[in-house]
Design a protein around this ligand. Structure first.
Ligand code: PHE
Length: 346
């Protein structure tokens, strides 16, 4: 009987298809299975094509059976596909672990070196006082560093600065920022001057916790008609109060520098409630912050100015020393050692 054969074929096909489905565990294999049985040239289609050969009165029964088989296979396929997808997901979760709830990895941000920060603070304070920043060279002539600052060769004051010499005679690494005074004066003369000169200085010293062979200085230079010690004192006081707090008292002691006359050293009082006060001020309550003075007439003349017409003052401070005081840094060598653990604290 044709219909019995066709129906048998249908059932054989069902058994075959279900059997194969069990072996196909992943999605691509299952999709091949689907094509094999349900594709355009698939086995189901071929089996259903037999319908036309079946006698009319038996077609309905065959059609019913065909629908049952089709539905059974489709259901089995959908279930197998769902299981396979789920297994694939579980596998990927277990092997390619990506925890989207983990906090992100922070980008390391750079920061300014404390020396840069304090220099910028100093620039800002002096900018408000009308000072411009003037940069001059670190490699200097012996003339600018000493001679034109009123220190002839063999002047005993040269002993205050242990100098690095270059192989070019008369060319040295500047021992202080004061030679910058000569550059500014010769460029600006006869105009009045109000500048600060920041930069690196070099001294041939034994390196220790307190002295380094390179360090920063900030020089100040003011020249004009009628400039007096009162202007120097007012400028330094204004600076100290902006830098160290509005309550600061300024104390002036007489001192000696060849290029200023009179010369002074300036101290500020340290807050009485700071537990570090004794250590920082060596028990005196006063802290030295800079050297200064009225510009020596010889130096004015060397810069091109007439000391009978103009006067001026100069000062020199060490920003690293201020930082060491402010942050209780007890070793000056830390500044240029490039140890990130140091820089990251600021
Ligand atoms: N140049 C001096 C030093 O290095 C400091 C100073 C500058 C003093 C200007 C007076 C005037 O010690």
């Amino acid at each position: 009987m044709a219909d019995a054969t066709a129906t048998d074929q249908l059932r054989t096909l069902e058994t075959l298809a279900l059997g194969e489905l069990v072996g196909y565990a992943d999605e691509p294999a299952l999709r091949l299975w689907n094509t094999k049985f349900f594709g355009d040239k698939g086995l189901m289609k071929a089996a259903l094509g037999k319908l036309k050969d079946i006698p009319k009165d038996q077609r309905a029964a065959f059609g019913q059976e065909a629908n049952r088989v089709k539905l059974a296979l489709e259901t089995a396929y959908a279930t197998a596909l769902g299981t396979a997808k789920d297994a694939a997901l579980q596998h990927s979760l277990a092997t390619d672990k990506l925890d989207v709830t983990l906090p992100g990895r922070a980008t390391r941000r750079g920061r300014l070196h404390p020396a840069t920060t304090i220099l910028r603070d100093i620039y800002a304070i002096f900018a408000d006082l009308g000072f411009q920043v003037y940069r001059t060279r670190e490699i200097e002539t012996d003339d600018n560093n000493f001679e034109l600052l009123n220190m002839p060769p063999h002047h005993p004051a040269r002993d205050m600065w242990d100098t690095f010499f270059t192989t070019t005679p008369g060319t040295i690494l500047r021992t202080h920022t004061s030679p910058g005074q000569i550059h500014v004066m010769r460029e600006k003369c006869p105009d009045p001057i109000r500048v600060i000169l920041p930069g690196m200085c070099y001294r041939n010293e034994a390196i220790s916790t307190r002295s380094e062979i390179q360090f920063l200085q900030v020089e100040g230079l003011v020249i004009g008609e009628g400039i007096t010690m009162a202007d120097l004192k007012g400028t330094i006081t204004a600076f100290a109060r902006r830098m160290f707090g509005p309550e600061r008292q300024v104390r002036i002691r007489s001192s000696y520098f060849p290029f200023t006359e009179p010369s002074i050293e300036v101290d500020i009082d340290w807050p009485a409630d700071d537990p570090n006060r004794d250590r920082l001020t060596k028990g005196t309550g006063w802290l030295e912050i800079l050297g200064a003075g009225m510009i020596h007439p010889t130096v004015l003349r060397n810069g091109g100015y007439d000391p009978d017409k103009v006067t001026g003052f100069a000062f020199g401070m060490g920003p690293q020393r201020m930082l060491m005081l402010k942050h209780a840094i007890d070793d000056i060598r830390l500044f240029w050692q490039n140890d990130r653990r140091f820089a990251e604290q600021f």
